[in-house]
Design a protein around this ligand. Structure first.
Ligand code: HEM
Length: 196
């Protein structure tokens, strides 16, 4: 596998010596983010009439399902751009600089798009564990924000092995897909999804 794309002369070379302090940072910050979301969502008093962009009650279901699908679409574009940067898209050649810039802009957009959806989930329902699907979705929401934080810490570091970043990015995309499957697809598919 090719290494992480880092051909830019303006970036310092990756230092293969992993620093213990960095490992602690990479582990602790995401853990704190995940626990923070869990603590908030499990202590909130649910307000089932909480609004989202002026929409209330049952109407939020369809809106959130569409926003969640848009989030998944952004995640899939991110996957394609990442594969291009790693030279894994046949016939494309080395990724030009705008690909990396676009990847960053879409990554930030995806994060920002996720916030109102998750905020509504937390304020309307909190952490629910009434059945398997909802439990997976609630745990997934906590882990997702741990993964967002992990990805940002890892992408900023030049002192981690090259495989860490694609693994973190891939896990993040899988996390978004899981959130979509356990809630957005469930809504769009008439309150049912295969296996759950
Ligand atoms: C990117 C993050 C998230 C996405 C895309 C997402 C998406 C959705 C969607 C589309 C629904 C169905 C519509 C609705 O019930 O209003 C939903 C419901 C729900 N979400 Fe989330 N959500 C996210 C984060 C979270 C988080 C962080 C939590 C809590 C820790 C959470 C807990 C719930 C619960 C308990 C429900 C109700 C499930 C049900 O009764 O069917 N979600 N979510």
């Amino acid at each position: 596998m090719k290494g992480r794309p880092g051909s830019d002369a303006d970036r310092p070379a990756r230092n293969p010596a992993v620093r213990p302090a960095l490992v602690v940072l990479v582990a602790l910050l995401p853990f704190a983010a995940g626990v923070g979301v869990y603590e908030w969502s499990s202590h909130v008093t649910p307000d089932y009439n909480a609004g989202l962009f002026g929409v209330h009650g049952l109407d939020t279901y369809g809106l959130k399902a569409r926003l969640g699908t848009a989030l998944l679409a952004l995640a899939l574009v991110q996957l394609g751009l990442a594969l291009w940067m790693y030279g894994r898209v046949p016939g494309t050649g080395p990724a030009p600089r705008p690909v990396r810039t676009t990847h960053r802009i879409i990554g930030l957009s995806a994060f920002l798009l996720s916030l109102p959806i998750a905020f509504h989930c937390i304020t309307a329902y909190g952490f629910e564990s009434s059945d398997t699907r909802v439990t997976i979705h609630s745990i997934g929401g906590c882990v997702l924000y741990a993964m967002f934080v992990a990805k940002v810490v890892i992408v900023r570091s030049r002192h981690l092995p090259g495989w860490v970043l694609p693994v973190a990015g891939g896990a993040l995309i899988c996390g978004i897909a899981l959130m979509w499957y356990t809630a957005a697809l469930w809504v769009l598919n008439g309150d049912t999804v295969p296996g759950l």
